[in-house]
Design a protein around this ligand. Structure first.
Ligand SMILES: NC(=O)C1=CN([C@@H]2O[C@H](COP(=O)(O)OP(=O)(O)OC[C@H]3O[C@@H](n4cnc5c(N)ncnc54)[C@H](OP(=O)(O)O)[C@@H]3O)[C@@H](O)[C@H]2O)C=CC1
Ligand SMILES: N[C@@H](CCC(=O)N[C@@H](CSC=O)C(=O)NCC(=O)O)C(=O)O
Ligand SMILES: [Zn+2]
Ligand SMILES: [Zn+2]
Length: 381
């Protein structure tokens, strides 16, 4: 039993007080976990584009003050009553897509979305409707995506955490909390791409490049990356792309990215993936699909008020528009397989860690995201 069990802990966290403002690194109080809750000592956390999206103020579910962060790993410090999924000392990854294994969604066999805690998660509180985070003055701070990994200690629901093999280093494991899992899962689980398929990936960040490695692992014949930044070209080839197209520089006069992709693939792609969050790119991704069977997956998160559009004829003629959260991965069931793929060298994770920083430098970490040379900055406590 840890000496802090059952007690509140004072520790360091990065608090987002207002949209568009730097995070404030300060001491906060983290309550002990209640029934069916787990308190985790976070060891590493990366910054995902979605953290920046919510901090920018365009997330309809964005609440302030909050503790952002959802791509992390750590060690269970204590557990509340009734927790059986993990034990003190386990190495874990918090899951923004819970898996209760009991709700209608979990039992459907049709989705990885879980209904157990999603409603309270979106309201920035624990399932009982209260927060475990407070300022030293006693003011509540909201949770984020059920994870809040930008804190030395966090509390999550027991359905929102998975224990992992202690052999796997916690630093790369943190990236399985979101970006790598989402992209890889989108390719191998959601789309279930097969040998010989043609694939285009729009946006060569960690999510897009993880789609690329999933597609190459399955033996796809063409994996075309589309990105507006040439600095992403080498990354794309390193993760297995067969082609790279920069729509800003690689199109002939009058040529569109859709025409170009269709001409490169004898009529269009079997699968396309939007990993940008740009609704115009989402349209291009759909329209670059092959008539009759091409499927386009939306992964990117678009700002409040943004809507997608296309001619309905695109769908009448057999193209399919879909979306995926967390790559359709069920965090507690599927994570061991991803870790196994990593340990066997089939899934690259370390290669995404382009920057490392101490936790105090978190605001610089957000700046890193704007550099073409940054895939992920991992922060260490
Ligand atoms: N559905 C889900 O479960 C998840 C969704 N997401 C979302 O997925 C998206 C990708 O995340 P992440 O990989 O972390 O983000 P990144 O910002 O690292 O990657 C996005 C990439 O897209 C590029 N890009 C921007 N605009 C265009 C364009 N018009 N055409 C082609 N490429 C473009 C960016 O270039 P540049 O850097 O020059 O702007 C960047 O290289 C985000 O929207 C994120 O919120 C993330 C995780 C899970
Ligand atoms: N809060 C936003 C939607 C944000 C969103 O789409 N989140 C993705 C994960 S992004 C990870 O980096 C997701 O999985 N969504 C499914 C979910 O249940 O949240 C909004 O309200 O628009
Ligand atoms: Zn994310
Ligand atoms: Zn469930």
């Amino acid at each position: 039993m840890s000496s802090t069990q059952g007690k509140a802990i004072q520790c360091k966290a990065a608090v987002a007080y207002e949209a568009k403002k730097p995070l404030v690194v300060q001491d906060v109080i983290v309550d002990a976990p209640k029934a069916h809750e787990v308190r985790i000592k976070i060891m590493n956390t990366a910054i995902c584009h979605t953290d920046a999206y919510t901090l920018s103020g365009v997330d309809p579910e964005g609440l302030f003050p909050c503790i952002l962060g959802h791509e992390g790993s750590g060690i269970v410090e204590s557990i509340g009553e009734g927790v059986t999924s993990v034990k003190v000392g386990d190495h874990v990854i918090p899951l923004y897509t819970a898996e209760c294994q009991k709700c209608k969604f979990c039992k459907s066999g049709k989705t990885n979305l879980c209904g157990a805690v999603r409603e309270t998660q979106g309201k920035g509180v624990m399932p009982d409707g209260t927060s475990r985070f407070h300022t030293l003055e006693g003011k509540d701070i909201f949770h984020f995506m059920g994870c809040s990994t930008f804190s030395e200690y966090t509390v999550v629901a027991d359905v929102s955490v998975v224990a992992i093999d202690k052999k796997v280093s916690l630093e790369p494991a943190s990236l399985l909390g979101c970006g790598v899992t989402t992209g890889f899962g989108a390719a191998v689980k959601a789309a279930n791409v097969q040998k010989g398929d043609t694939v285009a990936v729009f946006g060569a960040g960690t999510v897009g490049l993880s789609v690329v490695q999933g597609a190459r692992m399955r033996g796809c014949s063409k994996v075309i990356v589309v990105d507006i930044n040439d600095e992403k070209k080498q990354f794309s080839y390193d993760f297995g792309a067969t082609d790279f197209v920069n729509p800003m520089t690689d199109l002939k006069d009058g040529e569109t990215i859709v025409n170009k992709l269709i001409s490169m693939t004898d009529g269009g792609l079997d699968y396309t993936f939007d990993c940008t969050g740009n609704v115009h790119v989402m349209r291009n991704a759909l329209e670059a699909c092959h008539k009759g069977w091409g499927q386009s997956f939306i992964i990117g998160v678009a700002a409040a008020g943004q809507e997608i559009s296309t001619r309905p004829f695109q769908l009448v003629t057999g193209r399919v528009w879909r979306g995926t959260a967390f790559g359709d991965i069920k965090g507690r069931t599927d994570m061991p397989q991803l870790l196994d793929d990593y340990e066997k060298g089939l899934l690259k994770i370390d290669e995404f860690i382009t920057h490392r920083r101490q936790f105090d430098e978190i605001n610089d970490g957000f700046e890193d995201l704007h550099m073409g040379t940054c895939l992920r900055t991992v922060l260490k406590f």
